[in-house]
Write a protein that binds this ligand. Structure first.
Ligand code: MG
Length: 473
């Protein structure tokens, strides 16, 4: 198959499309009513009961998750608390606990990894695993799927039900996973298509959103068998990009490689400061934490940064911005050093702004830190830079990588700088967005800080425990 990332090359002709990609290659796992299930897991009294999870403690907020018992009553994501109570007066309403959902995500991923390598974490409650060629047989793949389900129920918790899809491409496996919920195990074999899915609404196929659906309709394609019969070139035209061909090949069960990730231009974080961190010293601690987090992600992508920018927005509406360039590095101490230089230099300007506002001290509302000038190579030898300096830098970067590795393995930042130790970084955690695929590495530092403060209890936390709630907190 030609390289699909080359937008000038087609994937191949129609014969290639219909060449019958068979065999089970992908096992897709989707946790059912995930947030609500975690609540039922942590609070056994909620099991078997209608439960909704809300983002806010307000009767008007809409549910962001509903247990299957609630769904059976017609309550779903988006139903307001008020409406839900009308339908079911004794419904359990719980505010979302994102850090807990991420912690359980880790337990689930670790359990799954005991059985199969995870190829891709698609979201907090979905992942795709690769089957070995010797698991390509449907019966064997099913056995694997059952083994994973048993492992999850026994070692993480029986409230955490999942639907598993098996197919020869990730698209079909994800689709299979969605066909039976909760607790499904569904196989899609390419040779049964298009008949097996003849009545499937196109909109329920992953990758077909409203826009594509409308374009398909304009092209006269409203039913699965018509979609199936599309020629690759036609699909490209409808989608308006090579993505149409990628989709069609995946639909036919071909193992289409993931599109190359867009090259990162910068890595950084931004946070609105809580009251206690609105002083220059408070903001400095947060900026350092943001920088350490960005640096860890930089190393995760194995990139080097050559510049950094820091922006502070003041409560008064003013902003201070600083850019600095340096020799390419991955070393967090270098970044922190640069930040310190900037921070000292900035103090007079900050004081001046405060004075203008008639304040005794400047109040800072928002801190943003970015690393940019990214490249995938260490700096070239420079005649004016003693090699010992580059060596020291490389060694320190290696140490930081080792720290990243430890924190990742533990699923939380256990090794941190002493200067950051007493900071409650909870609110620095990844915000869980429904529309965005979180990077597994981003999960690594969420919710972990409070456990660091617990210090010695650290190692009690093991994956395979009957009560992860107790082990984690
Ligand atoms: Mg789900």
């Amino acid at each position: 198959m030609p390289d699909p990332s080359d937008s000038h090359a087609g994937f191949g002709d129609d014969a290639a499309l219909h060449s019958g990609a068979g065999g089970m290659r992908v096992l897709f796992i989707d946790f059912n009513a995930y947030f609500a299930s975690v609540e039922q897991h942590d609070e056994p009294a909620l099991r078997g009961r209608p439960v909704i999870v809300t983002p806010l403690k307000s009767e008007h907020s809409g549910a962001i998750a509903a247990s299957y018992e609630a769904k059976a009553l017609g309550i779903s994501r988006g139903t307001s608390v008020l409406q839900a109570r009308q339908i079911c007066p004794d419904i359990a309403v719980r505010p979302a606990r994102h850090d807990r959902y991420v912690a359980v995500h880790h337990l689930l991923m670790r359990e799954i990894e005991r059985h199969l390598p995870i190829a891709r974490i698609c979201s907090i409650d979905e992942c795709a695993c690769r089957l070995n060629p010797d698991e390509a047989d449907v019966a064997r793949a099913r056995t694997k799927a059952e083994e994973i389900k048993r492992g999850i129920y026994a070692n993480v918790g029986e409230s955490l039900r999942c639907s598993i899809g098996l197919a020869s491409s990730q698209l079909l496996a994800k689709l299979a996973g969605e066909l039976h919920k909760p607790d499904g195990l569904t196989v899609i074999e390419t040779h049964t298509l298009p008949d097996a899915l003849a009545d499937l609404p196109l909109r329920s196929i992953p990758g077909i959103g409203g826009g594509v659906e409308a374009r398909l309709e304009r092209a006269g394609i409203t039913r699965f068998p018509q979609l199936w019969a599309l020629a690759p070139k036609h699909a490209r035209k409808i989608w308006g990009s090579v993505q149409g061909e990628r989709f069609l090949y995946a639909l036919h069960g071909h193992d289409v490689p993931e599109a190359a990730e867009p090259k990162k231009a910068m890595i950084g974080h931004s946070r609105v400061l809580s009251g206690e961190h609105r002083t220059p010293e408070g903001a400095r601690i947060v900026a350092r934490a943001l920088l350490l987090k960005a640096a860890s992600r930089l190393r995760h992508y194995d990139l080097y940064a050559r510049s950094m920018s820091v922006t502070l927005k003041l409560v008064s509406g003013d902003a201070l911005h600083h850019d600095t360039r340096f020799r390419a590095t991955q070393n967090s101490w270098r970044f922190l050093g640069e930040l310190d230089i900037f921070w000292k230099a900035m103090q007079p300007a900050l004081a001046q702004r405060a004075q203008r506002m008639g304040l005794a001290r400047p109040r800072i509302k928002l801190a943003t830190v970015y690393l940019h000038g990214l490249g995938d190579r260490p700096p070239e030898r420079d005649l004016f830079v003693p090699s010992a300096i580059d060596e020291k830098d490389a060694n320190q970067a290696r140490l930081w990588k080792a720290i990243d590795g430890i924190n990742r393995d533990l699923g939380q930042p256990r090794v941190i700088l002493a200067s950051q130790r007493d900071l409650d970084l909870n609110y620095l955690g990844v915000k869980i967005a429904f529309s965005r695929v979180p990077d597994a590495a981003e999960f690594a530092d969420i919710g972990g800080i409070e456990k660091i403060l617990d210090g010695a209890k650290a190692h009690e936390h093991e994956t395979r425990t009957m009560n992860p709630a107790r082990a984690l907190y």
